[in-house]
Design a protein around this ligand. Structure first.
Ligand SMILES: Cc1ncc(COP(=O)(O)O)c(C=O)c1O
Length: 397
């Protein structure tokens, strides 16, 4: 039987793309993982989550295990509303949808907003899984470069003006990670945030603000686009993956009510009531601000260890952006194909993600690589940079 003959045209087109996760290197054991955008293992609150499960089941018995789940599910929504309000985003229950991680939020946004003709604007480079998701819906993109201050909004404006003048379709939305971006670690400046919102208004497109790292500032988190938005154009996506545990799969979209209703139509009860009530119980019993403070301090120290190792050990031709939060440093090694270098790096015992995977046009990312300082221990980070520097030094000879 030919299974594919039964597929919809949309699915047939999507299956022509590379399989999801193809970028993920197959990491040998004992390799220092500067590739992993995961929280540090010791910062995942496994014992606290275990205690939350015990407390939940002791108090509510079978209730959290049913379709409708525990009353604490509503509480999770309130806890997330409170976190959003802390950052200047006051949203009602009807303006918030809890999703299976930020990834499902990205998919639901794409699902309600994109058809084959739709144009998506995004940053170059950008989060590769978002790229994979959008490619399931459309083949039309505008890629705008990121510099040390985030998305170059002047280049976006130029592109929009040209498209308008030439009668080309304008983007339905711009997908951006304005704060501690994946992969570059950069943060969009206040002026550019303002400019971006003005462009969205004058060229009539939506903004998908992916804020997965927004609370992980080394000093202070900037104002979100959503909190600056006066027209309801920003769909704000968040996640507890980077600040609690990715395996809990808890994310959300905060947006104007009609967008949330449309997404809910497709999400229905494809939920994880037990994970939601467990998370609500966990949040009830911890001081989240204290936890955030500890995470910020730890990642700030790990980042500093990585940057000073880069400064001390790498040849002077190698450059990087200095992150103000998040998980990542973005490094450029002029004249080196980082995808080719990876096999040698892994043989030496260090892994990273080659820059090309974060670009629609992969040739653009050839000389870049993404290093994550979140997962490995500080001394491993320094050792990993030493190993990379040795390879880069040898390549330069
Ligand atoms: C920018 C960005 N958005 C979303 C996600 C996915 O988050 P979640 O685990 O909540 O699906 C990640 C994870 O790496 C990310 O870097």
């Amino acid at each position: 039987m030919d299974a594919e003959s039964f597929f919809s045209n949309n699915i047939k087109a999507a299956l022509k793309n590379s399989p999801p996760g193809e970028w993920m290197p197959n990491i040998p054991e004992n390799c220092i993982r500067l590739n992993s955008g995961y929280p540090a293992p010791e910062l995942v609150p496994d014992q606290e989550l275990k205690a939350a499960v015990a407390l939940l089941l002791d108090e509510e018995r079978d209730l959290p295990l049913h379709y409708l789940g525990s009353p604490r599910i509503d509480k999770l929504k309130e806890q997330i509303q409170d976190r959003l309000a802390e950052r200047g985003m006051r949203v009602s229950k009807e303006e918030l949808l809890i999703t299976s991680g930020a990834c499902q939020a990205i998919d639901l946004v794409a699902r309600i907003l994109l058809d084959e003709e739709a144009v998506v604007a995004m940053e170059a480079p950008t989060y590769m899984e978002a790229l994979e998701i959008f490619k399931n819906y459309t083949d039309h993109y505008i890629s705008i470069p990121v510099d040390e201050q985030g998305l170059q909004t002047d280049l976006l404006e130029k592109e929009l003006a040209e498209r308008k003048q030439n009668g080309l379709a304008l983007p339905r939305f711009l997908y951006t990670i304005p704060t501690f971006q994946n992969p570059t670690g950069t943060t969009l400046t206040a002026d550019r945030r303002k400019h971006l919102l003005e462009l969205a208004s004058s060229y009539n497109f939506l903004i998908i603000e992916d804020d997965a790292y927004g609370e992980l500032a080394f000093n202070e988190s900037p104002e979100t686009l959503k909190s600056m938005d006066k027209e309801g154009r920003v769909l704000h996506i968040g996640s507890l993956s980077k600040v609690v545990a990715p395996g809990m799969r808890i994310g959300w979209v905060a947006a104007a009510r009609d967008f949330i209703t449309a997404q809910w139509w497709f999400k229905k009860d494809l939920d994880h009531p037990f994970a939601h009530s467990t998370m609500a119980t966990f949040l009830e019993n911890i001081d989240f601000e204290e936890r955030l403070e500890m995470l910020r301090r730890t990642y700030r120290e790990k980042c500093a260890a990585m940057l000073s190792a880069l400064q001390a050990i790498m040849p002077t031709s190698v450059t990087w952006f200095v992150p103000e939060g998040g998980y990542f440093a973005w490094v450029r090694i002029p004249g080196v194909d980082t995808a080719e270098m990876l096999a040698e790096a892994m043989a030496e015992g260090v892994a990273y993600i080659p820059g090309k995977h974060f670009f629609l046009d992969q040739a653009e990312g050839k000389e870049y690589l993404r290093l994550s300082f979140s997962y490995a221990e500080e001394k491993e980070i320094v050792e990993g940079i030493r190993k990379l520097a040795k390879i880069v030094g040898n390549l330069a000879k």
